[in-house]
Design a protein around this ligand. Structure first.
Ligand SMILES: Cc1cc2nc3c(=O)[nH]c(=O)nc-3n(C[C@H](O)[C@H](O)[C@H](O)COP(=O)(O)OP(=O)(O)OC[C@H]3O[C@@H](n4cnc5c(N)ncnc54)[C@H](O)[C@@H]3O)c2cc1C
Length: 445
């Protein structure tokens, strides 16, 4: 029988950090991932830049493993580190090279003693009453049962929690619709000098908070070109629910990642609907590339470097945990006794049924995430980290970004190791011990 202390399902930013943290804290840890590489949406859907490690005033609110990953990437030349966000939406963004990020995630796992099982899907939970004992997996060779004292669901979609019979919610409360999916793609051979020039000459065509004073020298993030986009849509050349051109310079000097395609009203846990979305999004990408070449100064000679191996999923299942994090908790910056991480990204809801983005800014500098949102109500032995934690549709729109889920993963992995060492269920561990351990590992609480 294959038995581990901790099994983490899903090698995205949250799951990779959970596995590293569990292993570093002494647990024999297995990380299971369906792809042949780690990084989740950041590498499998090319979602970037990391947004954000800082609050609006420029104070760093996420450190720990997330910061370690950034520094390792910088050493490899795979990230410039934290740079100002020239769109003005947040204080900093952290561009990263997806290929080198795959390597850094892998190196950190192996150096920490994490055992890996790639190319493997988790297809069921092994239950003893309401307690999870392990997972069933499927890969090319076989179906297998793998056991652990604690299982961490880091699938983004809450697959394991759903298999275990945990209660979950999907989408907004009014109609269950989720944020749209997007296929990200990278354009190469961009003349960013010409983009900057156009921006200086047409300031009214860009997001109102754009830092025109920072255009020189900073990594470029752009939100605008409103009229050019609107006219192309009016001419029937573009078929997408987007009212802004949005792109971010990657870690490379002449490449940008474009965040513009949109598939709405898709259930990301239904493969038939996912297929429909992938087809529509790939068509949108081709239309957009032509639009960029024809209309956007500096993009005339561009080519598609790569697109996400899969379209990015912003939202699917959210478990119902011991506490459901509310929008007011984060907007007002409510302090919790069981805080395990902080974040400062605002509520950023891409319209589930059309174009536009609704932003709800924070009244506080930053906000807290409590341990209880990782604990699915009524299930023992299971922790949930990342995008599928217990929160509302609005709250998810703030806590889902990658630096935030890295911190949640580190907390979940550390909690799992503590539970194993104490012979307790994750629900029973000492919060003071967990917080002490996290602080000693550079986590800001
Ligand atoms: C279009 C888009 C734009 C975004 N923009 C940004 C941005 O600019 N900056 C930012 O920081 N964040 C951004 N985000 C958010 C962020 O990328 C995700 O919320 C984040 O990656 C979630 O991390 P996670 O670890 O919870 O899940 P994921 O990144 O989804 O990782 C889950 C992992 O689990 C694996 N998995 C899933 N199910 C199974 C299974 N049953 N068995 C085995 N393996 C499984 C997957 O293959 C994947 O590797 C964006 C997201 C999208 C979709």
């Amino acid at each position: 029988m294959y038995k581990f202390d901790v099994i983490v399902v899903g090698g995205g930013p949250s799951g990779t950090c959970a596995a590293i943290a569990a292993a570093r804290n002494g647990a024999r840890t297995l990380l299971i991932e369906r792809y042949g590489f780690l990084g989740g949406m950041g590498t499998a859907a090319l979602v970037g830049p990391w947004m954000t490690f800082h609050d609006e005033a420029g104070n760093q609110v996420i450190q720990g493993l997330g910061q370690e990953i950034v520094e390792r990437l910088q050493e490899l030349g795979g990230s410039p580190g934290h740079v100002r966000d020239t769109t003005g939406y947040v204080h900093t963004v952290t561009p990263f090279d997806a290929e080198l990020a795959k390597m850094v995630y892998l190196d950190l796992c192996l150096e920490s003693g994490v055992e890996l099982l790639l190319h493997t899907w988790v297809t069921a939970a092994i239950m003893e009453g309401r307690c999870i004992k392990g997972v069933q997996v499927w890969n090319k060779a076989e179906r297998q049962e793998l056991y652990a004292d604690v299982v961490i669901d880091a699938t983004g979609d809450g697959d394991v929690a759903a298999f275990a019979g945990a209660e979950f919610q999907v989408g907004r409360s009014s109609d269950g619709l989720t944020q749209p999916m997007s296929l990200m793609f990278v354009l190469g051979n961009v003349d960013l000098g010409r983009v900057r020039q156009y921006m200086r000459e047409h300031p009214n065509e860009f997001y109102e908070k754009t830092h025109f004073d920072l255009l020189e020298g900073e990594h470029l993030s752009v939100n605008g070109f409103y009229t050019l986009l609107r006219r192309a849509k009016e001419r029937g050349e573009l078929h997408l629910d987007r009212d802004m051109v949005l792109f971010f310079q990657t870690a490379r000097p002449d490449q940008v990642t474009v965040n513009m395609t949109r598939a709405t009203k898709i259930d990301a846990t239904d493969a038939w609907q996912l297929t429909k979305a992938e087809i529509a999004l790939r068509r949108q990408m081709m239309e957009l590339w032509r639009f960029f070449q024809k209309e956007i100064p500096g993009f005339e000679q561009t080519y598609i470097v790569t697109s996400g191996p899969q379209a990015g999923v912003r939202e699917s299942r959210r478990i119902v945990g011991d506490y459901v994090l509310q929008a007011s908790d984060i907007v007002e910056g409510v302090e919790f006794p069981d805080t395990i991480s902080r974040n400062a990204y605002p509520i950023d809801i891409h319209a589930p049924d059309g174009q536009g983005v609704q932003t709800i800014n924070l009244q506080a500098q930053s906000y807290c995430l409590p341990y209880r949102v990782l604990l699915p109500k009524g299930i023992e032995g299971l922790l949930v980290v990342g995008r599928c934690i217990s929160c509302t549709h609005e709250t998810l729109a703030a806590v889902r970004t990658q630096p935030s889920v890295m911190a949640l993963g580190q907390a979940g992995g550390t909690a799992a190791a503590l539970a194993v060492q104490a012979g307790q269920s994750p629900r029973e561990i000492s919060i003071e011990d967990l917080q002490r351990r996290l602080r000693s590992q550079n986590v800001l609480i």
